[in-house]
Design a protein around this ligand. Structure first.
Ligand code: 5AD
Ligand code: SF4
Ligand code: FES
Length: 308
């Protein structure tokens, strides 16, 4: 199989080179709140995890940090949080429109909302929305999301598309109970949805969740899914994810060599960074707030690519 694996990676890499060139896109991510009303079985931010210290950044703090990110030359600001009802729609609209004044693209990643809310945020200037489908197998989805339905997830993704967002879907690899057939379901789901972005990362078991004792996803499995996604969606923007960089010291570089073309430097200010603990061992959490940008630049140049 090994030899076919290498051919798969080479094919994906050549499609990436043809469609995207050797430039790697940067998306600066600000994780502005780790409160979450949901209880996803895999996630360290789930509401039943009482061991986690919670934080919220104020709108002013978020905007100030976005200004700093823009001043570093990063052209896309990603605002991510748990599903935190503390921020009202009008607060979010205010934050988005203020950040848009900086002349950057704004990506939101704040979970499932009403179509009305998605529409107002689009009007405020939001350009893109990340909402991984997590798994396209309805049964597995519903086991992992006790307070969600696959139907609503899909409703959100299509609503975002209809509203003109660039949409980011994607799944975790190596989830408990996930078979190879289910990974094919993920690929078929995305082939139908045609998302502009696809985030794929390994599942990493978190000790303070019900999945603490489960096995995590492997490097090989994740790289295979990235490569297949690049082949199926040649024009998609595919990040080499932080989770991939967490399970292997060169995980992100390897992702970039098998189809990925985006990296997302962590721009969350301290002291909040270690508290956004979706999974254990997350890289970058003890760094100086601006350290990830030069680190990624060096890593990308080491594999003969350039950043933009
Ligand atoms: N392991 C890997 N990825 C995780 N996420 C949440 N919890 C975990 C975990 N334990 C991912 C989900 C979510 C994204 C923000 O982080 O896919 O969409
Ligand atoms: Fe909340 Fe997202 Fe974590 Fe689910 S995956 S518990 S919605 S932060
Ligand atoms: Fe964050 Fe290297 S990318 S420290």
């Amino acid at each position: 199989m090994e030899i076919y694996q290498d051919k798969l990676y080479a094919l994906a890499d050549s499609i990436r080179a043809r469609e995207k060139g050797d430039v790697v896109y940067l998306r600066g991510i600000i994780e502005f709140s780790n409160y979450c009303r949901r209880n996803c079985l895999y996630c360290g931010l789930r509401r039943d995890n009482t061991k986690l210290g919670r934080y919220r950044m104020s709108p002013e703090e978020i905007i100030k940090r976005a200004k700093e990110v823009a001043a570093l030359g990063i052209k896309t600001v990603v605002l991510q949080s748990g599903e935190d009802p503390y921020y009202k729609l009008k607060d979010l609209v205010g934050i988005v429109s203020r950040i848009k004044e900086l002349g950057v693209y704004v990506t939101l990643s704040i979970g499932e909302l009403s179509t009305h809310a998605y529409r107002e945020l689009k009007k405020a200037g939001a350009d893109r929305y990340l909402l991984r489908h997590e798994t396209a197998n309805r049964k597995l989805y519903e086991v992992l999301h006790p307070d969600g339905s696959f139907f609503n997830r899909v409703r959100c993704l299509y609503a975002l598309k209809d509203l003109g967002y660039e949409v980011g879907a994607g799944n975790m690899v190596g989830l408990p109970g996930q078979t190879d057939d289910m990974l094919w379901e993920d690929l078929l789901f995305m082939e139908k949805l045609q998302p502009e972005m696809v985030g794929i990362g390994p599942f990493i078991p978190h000790p303070d969740t019900p999945l603490a004792k489960e096995k995590g996803g492997t490097l090989e499995q994740t790289l295979t899914m990235i490569a297949l996604t690049r082949i199926i969606l040649p024009k998609a923007n595919i990040p080499a994810t932080t989770a991939l960089g967490t399970i292997h010291p060169e995980g992100r570089e390897l992702g970039l060599k098998v189809g990925a073309n985006v990296v997302m430097p962590n721009m969350t200010p301290q002291p909040y960074r270690p508290l956004y603990q979706l999974y254990p061992g997350k890289i970058c959490v003890n760094e100086d707030p601006d350290a990830c940008l030069p680190c990624l630049k060096r890593r990308i140049e080491s594999i003969g690519r350039t950043i933009i």
